[in-house]
Design a protein around this ligand. Structure first.
Ligand code: EPU
Length: 341
């Protein structure tokens, strides 16, 4: 177990924020010991790699981080591979490990920043695949009393960037292990716009694409569109793509015949927030030290020296313009911590 006071919190936005206390634990027992020390759940904040967090202020409490980094695999009959993965494993290390071992299903989720626990909380998704497609169960520790609970997939309440862990149970439990079901059979999902083009651009014959080639193509698409946090602080998509009634979309399309959308079921459609933001003229525009990324308007970037409040000011300006122009409310995907959001 590692403990520090006045700890600078790592976050890919590159915002300076400190935690009064920081504890990194290596086992469920260590976490239970910390939880049973008498702090209230509201005084604790559990973080992953800091790739989906915006700190508006320092954290005047205890920040917890998992260093549970085991990957247990059980190759079963019928080509099924059952995994139990520690929440502290770096997500893309897991994807690389699975591709190297011939365990399939995660290729489209290559290079997503963050750790396995947060992936299960956020239900991360990209290029037609979401974490919920492979997650079979999530082990947690209750931050109120240290008790262990295992949630099966339906109990996780998964939806688009949604789960019970960031909904009703927000701040109440820590994910310790994530169970996933992968396959030895490779059934690539190439449906999402841009994936086939990236493979063709790499000279790959679509009918015989290999898992490694698919992973590399996804990495190439992400690198082309998404800024490297080491160069420009960011947290990937800042907003969720709004899911609206079809009528709302039709109204927008009347004025913008090329407006993109994806079917979302139950008479609803998802409109790419990046498109809405771009139509409002924000793509590549800055407000002080914060800017809208010039290659993907869904991403807000720290141009250097921005505070959480600077990023929030930009977020609110963008939201106000999208609401005024299209009547659509954008909701942040990034978790905003502290201050008055
Ligand atoms: N678009 C624009 N202008 C922009 C950006 C996008 O017009 O500046 C439009 C285009 O029509 C484009 C469409 O939006 O075809 C979709 O863009 P993209 O494929 O880049 O995907 P996205 O909807 O912007 C989502 C996820 C990403 C994920 C990609 C690929 C959310 C909030 N974001 O973005 O996830 O990588 O799909 O699957 O759902 C993340 O969560 O951090 C993240 C990067």
């Amino acid at each position: 177990m590692r403990e520090e006071a006045d700890y600078f919190l790592h976050n890919t936005f590159g915002i300076k924020a400190k935690a009064r206390h920081f504890v990194e634990y290596e086992s469920v027992e260590e976490l239970q010991a910390v939880v049973r020390c008498g702090k209230r759940a509201e005084e604790m904040l559990h973080v992953g790699a800091g790739s989906n967090l915006l700190f508006l202020s320092d954290v005047d409490g205890l920040v917890l981080h998992s260093a549970i980094r085991s990957i247990e695999a059980d190759e079963r009959e019928g080509g099924v591979v059952s995994l139990r993965v520690g929440a502290g494993v770096v997500w893309d290390d897991l994807v690389a490990h699975c591709v190297a071992n011939g365990w399939h299903g995660l290729e489209n989720l290559s290079l997503i920043p963050g750790e396995v626990g947060a992936a299960a909380v956020q239900n991360i998704g990209a290029y037609g695949v979401e974490a919920k497609d492979v997650v079979t169960a999530v082990e947690t520790v209750d931050l109120r009393d240290g008790s262990v609970h295992v949630f099966d997939a339906p109990e996780c309440g998964y939806g688009y960037r949604k789960s019970v862990f960031k909904g009703d149970l927000r701040g109440r439990c820590a994910v310790t292990y994530v169970h996933m079901m992968l396959s030895r059979r490779f059934a690539p999902d190439l449906e999402y716009g841009g994936v086939r083009d990236a493979l063709r651009a790499a000279g790959v014959e679509l009918a015989c694409v290999s898992p490694r080639q698919l992973r590399e193509a996804i990495i190439a698409i992400r690198r082309a569109k998404l800024p490297d946090p080491a160069v420009k602080g960011n947290a990937g998509s800042f907003f969720m793509n709004p899911v609206v009634e079809r009528g709302v979309y039709e109204r927008i399309r009347a004025g913008y015949p090329a407006a993109p959308c994806y079917e979302a079921g139950e008479g609803k459609v998802k409109i790419p927030a990046g498109w809405l933001i771009e139509q409002c003229g924000w793509k590549g525009r800055a407000l002080g030290c914060a800017a809208v990324h010039d290659k993907q308007a869904l991403v807000l970037v720290n141009l250097g020296g921005a505070t959480g409040q600077d990023i929030l000011r930009l977020c609110n300006a963008v939201r106000a313009d999208v609401l005024a122009k299209f009547g659509v409310e954008l909701r942040p995907e990034v978790n905003i911590i502290g201050g008055t959001a």
